[in-house]
Design a protein around this ligand. Sequence first.
Ligand code: DP6
Length: 355
Amino acid sequence: MSEEIIIIGWKAPSNIALVKYWGKRGNQLPENGSLSITLENSTTTTFLSFQKKSEKGDTISLKYYFHKEQVLPFEKKTELLLNKLCSEMPFLVDYELVFHSENNFPHSTGIASSASSMSALALCLVSMEEIVNANQLENDEFFRRASLIARLGSGSASRSVYGGLVSWGSSDSIANSSDEYATPFLLHEGSRLNKVMDIILIVSSKEKSVSSTKGHALMSEHPYREARKMQANNNLIKITEAIRIDDYQSIAEIAENEALSLHALLMTSGSDGLLLKPNTLYILEEIKRFRETSGLDLFFTIDAGPNVHLIYYEDQREQVLEFVRQNLSQYCEDGRWIDDQFGSGPQKITSVMKN
Ligand code: DP6
């Protein structure tokens, strides 16, 4: 084996979709366009160290450590993914690969970690590719490639390689949008969305009865499949227009419609798709009541699980925190919630060489 070991590290955030990716086709391509907010505080940090094998390889060799412990199911999953990526990144078989990964949001809180973990992994792989091919990419090219690689690991991860608002999936309403990779959705300077915040209310941290990957698969035979594609694409057109003209009431209505539609699709997919819990519904009722009495622009969204994201704007923070403590924390598992906000995107941690 060659003496030189190179270590690369990236910290990548999770994201929350306002228009949901739900259903896929072909090689991890979305059935509809989606739009998400990249978060700031819920992140995965991954280090990849690689060392050239003494002879040209023909199989992937890797070890995977999560919070310093070797985790065989993660190792297996990563090995399967890297085998799939070999046509894109043939150099992978020529190196001994070691991944060390950590999530900074509490483990088992029911927050989807595939977006942050797969984007951190993809960013490390593209940095490695630059080094082994001795070919540094332009910034735009680098992140587009990382988004494509992340997508092959997990669809929603394609959006986490960028900060701010991010779209994935081709749409007439978004210039340069693509099914292959995500693109940043630029906000004008005065948009309140630049200061949007997210409180994640943890209703349950138990493993879900239907994973997102299974939920996507169930869409291929779903009786509402075509209607869903039409609905999501219309919602994407409507929300992008609402964002451009700062129509915060419409943004709220569309985001809530998307969250409830996702769960309606899950519940009617012929599997055990009831992922909402009684406390999820109590929280939604409280949010609606508070919105009516306070007149604030806050709204909810939910991913494929029971936890609720309460989205609001920075100028409402004090009132919202008071509301969460007084009215919502009682519905959270052990009173737990996560304070998050509009994020600036991934950060490169390091790139070192050891002999
Ligand atoms: C409901 O990206 O987790 O969060 O591509 O199979 O890994 P895979 O699925 P995943 O699905 C996310 C679904 C969602 C909506 C969204 O984030 O757009």
